[in-house]
Write a protein that binds this ligand. Sequence first.
Ligand code: ATP
Length: 340
Amino acid sequence: QRVLGIEGTAWAASAAVYEVDADEVTIESDPYQPESGGIHPREAAEHMSEAVPSVVETVLETARDRAADDEDRGPDDAPIDAVAFSRGPGLGPCLRIVGTAARAVAQRFDVPLVGVNHMVAHLEVGRHYSGFDRPVCLNASGANAHVLAYRNGRYRVLGETMDTGVGNALDKFTRHVGWSHPGGPKVEDHAKRGEYVDLPYVVKGMDFSFSGIMSAAKDEYDSGTPVEDVCRGLEETVFAMLTEVSERALSLTGREELVLGGGVGQNERLQGMLREMCAQRGAELSVPENRFLRDNAGMIAVLGAKMAAAGDTLAIEDSAVDSDFRPDEVAVSWRAGEPE
Ligand code: ATP
């Protein structure tokens, strides 16, 4: 089995082929880089319409090369067995381009179409490579921040952001400072040379809020505090919030495994804080490779393969995208029959 994945919810025009038996993923991505400011939905969609066809064509070449060696596949057979695409959440104009591309490829090869929830893909790829059965998952991405755990056929949202996504919050601060997008890696770099400054820490119940801390960080910078110090304060405070809620989720669920997902998950300080928290409570942390943390089609193909194997496919007429697709809306077909 070989599954093509297509991703394009925001900035990464990405395609991948997943070789199910070899458990091998080839990813081809073309990032959208705004000339100024943050992600402009219209520009991002223009990027998708140019870049998605070419990344898809590149990985299809790989699929064709591999298919030539398949014993059970003739020269006229499709080189792939299913097409999976990010159905949401994300920017509507980008999602529609990805949806159209996926439908076209599925029809061209007459193979099933699989609609993948992008957030569930962030955590399922981590679970896939962790080998964990019942982890709590922390998704720390650009437009989102969730703590989730599987129970009774769904990923339950145990905690989430009450306002902006965690990466978007960091990006808003760096935009204020005049740095180019994306800001997260620059915050990480500058924080290494900074002294901690106090910023508001907001966790309410199991949810976190990032908008107050962003305004406070901007004010701190405007009042002359060195940017390195503000970056350090930001990292320590924001990541302590994520770590606290993850720890409480482990404690409440009685689980002993934590999987990290999302582009902000590439941050080594965040990984370090989670590792320390897990070590203190005898839990295990799994962090996938960076190529699976940031937006990528590999995670779409990996989850798409599990969904296709469970028969969880879409008719073309039911395959509309959903920009507000929540992870807890997904009926987890591929884990049916697991004890809970
Ligand atoms: P979502 O998956 O919620 O749709 P997204 O599409 O914005 O989010 P991701 O690739 O998951 O994409 O995350 C991108 C975010 O990760 C950006 O906000 C970026 O600043 C942030 N980021 C990337 N590297 C780092 C880092 N080293 N430290 C902190 N943040 C980072």
